[in-house]
Design a protein around this ligand. Structure first.
Ligand SMILES: Nc1ncnc2c1ncn2[C@@H]1O[C@H](COP(=O)(O)OP(=O)(O)OP(=O)(O)O)[C@@H](O)[C@H]1O
Ligand SMILES: [Mg+2]
Length: 341
């Protein structure tokens, strides 16, 4: 029988007020053990005392530097769009390369339900994918492929966000494996595919940053707004939302699309969407694809590569100085648990 403690006992033990403990409980559920039913009330395992204390220490700022790999998580940036074919996969991959060049350890997670093709653009063989965790009990470490310039690539095998045909246990196993990656990498860029499916939207609600890719095509703007609206009405957090306008002919065109998207979001949903950059339409992208090389590697001095570098720099500038003690995949796991998969 595990030793159980109530929130009052944790409060007495740690000297932290109950209201603060409840705040930590709602903010950092993935950091705490599951509650256990004791009689007619829910109690924590005794190890929660230490977990609450640790959250508190980290939350207090930098007084307590966490040891590497413990209590600090990668920044999880979800790249999405309302409409397909706007450049998400190219942007996810090249952004990771540019961020890696800025000294961040980056991993690209291919979570596209349809065309999982990050590995194709990166020029690496299909190899293992995340579904092998379930089918052959592989370790996540064996699944991370080494991509260009040392970035990591996790091939999704199509549909890891839904895993519709898997049991609850299997799904949790995959998400748990991704949580371990979150402790090792500094940035995880997730190519989510176009985000209209509900499981993709669930994940988008949990990511640290949302990067909406739009093209100048008018349907791209309408579909991006449709997705943002759906997220807003469902479960979206207050975490940052950015737009990137891709395949533009001129800066003026990019500014126009970004402005329309931000205005609609602000006016109708009361949400801030910050434009974090644009990428010009450039034949380098197609030329790099033919060579199965990311454009940032193929031609680092091309306009598209410079544009992508600027976006990487802007995202890193916005990096919170605080230590991320809350895990995006942990939040996703909790959301799925709450939905009683
Ligand atoms: N800046 C650009 N200039 C020119 N062509 C581009 C640019 N960005 C992307 N493309 C082209 O647009 C097409 C779609 O790109 P990509 O596959 O990255 O989009 P996607 O949003 O991931 O698509 P999907 O929704 O199908 O996953 C590709 O043919 C790619 O070469
Ligand atoms: Mg894609």
């Amino acid at each position: 029988m595990p030793q159980l403690v109530s929130i009052q006992e944790i409060s007495e033990e740690t000297g932290l007020e109950e209201s603060l403990l409840r705040f930590y409980e709602s903010e950092y559920p993935s950091e705490l053990p599951d509650k256990i039913l004791q009689g007619d009330m829910l109690a924590f395992d005794v190890c929660a005392i230490e977990a609450f204390q640790r959250i508190h220490d980290l939350h207090q700022g930098e007084q307590l530097e966490p040891t590497a790999g413990e209590g600090r998580y990668a920044r999880v940036i979800a790249v999405t769009s309302g409409k397909g074919g706007v450049g998400k996969t190219n942007i996810a991959l090249n952004l990771a390369i540019e961020m890696q060049r800025f000294g961040k350890m980056c991993i690209v997670l291919d979570a596209d339900m349809g065309m999982a093709n990050v590995h194709l653009l990166a020029g690496i063989p299909a190899g293992n994918n995340i579904r092998d965790i379930i089918s052959s009990g592989r370790d996540i470490v064996d699944i991370i492929a080494e991509g260009p310039e040392g970035i990591g690539i996790i091939p999704g095998g199509g549909g890891i966000l839904s895993l519709a045909d898997s049991s609850r246990h299997d799904r949790m196993k995959v998400i748990d494996a991704l949580r371990t990656v979150e402790k090792e990498a500094e940035v995880i860029i997730v190519d989510t595919g176009a985000g209209m499916g509900s499981s993709v939207r669930d994940f988008l609600a949990c990511a640290d940053d949302l990067l909406f890719v739009l093209s100048p095509d008018i349907t791209s703007l309408a579909d991006a707004y449709g997705l943002l609206k759906a997220l807003h009405h469902e479960k979206m957090s207050e975490r940052p939302v950015y737009s990137v306008i891709n395949m533009v002919e001129t800066l003026k065109q990019a500014a126009g699309v970004a402005h329309r998207f931000s205005s609609c979001a602000h006016e109708f949903l009361g949400r801030n969407v910050e434009n974090i950059g644009y990428i010009l339409k450039d034949s380098t992208v197609a030329a790099a694809t033919v060579r199965r090389t990311p454009y940032s590697v193929f031609k680092p001095q091309a306009r598209v590569s410079k544009n992508t570098r600027n976006i990487a720099a802007a995202l890193l500038k916005n990096e919170e100085s605080t230590i991320r003690v809350s895990s995006a995949f942990g939040r996703y796991m909790n959301l799925l648990r709450a939905q009683k998969m």
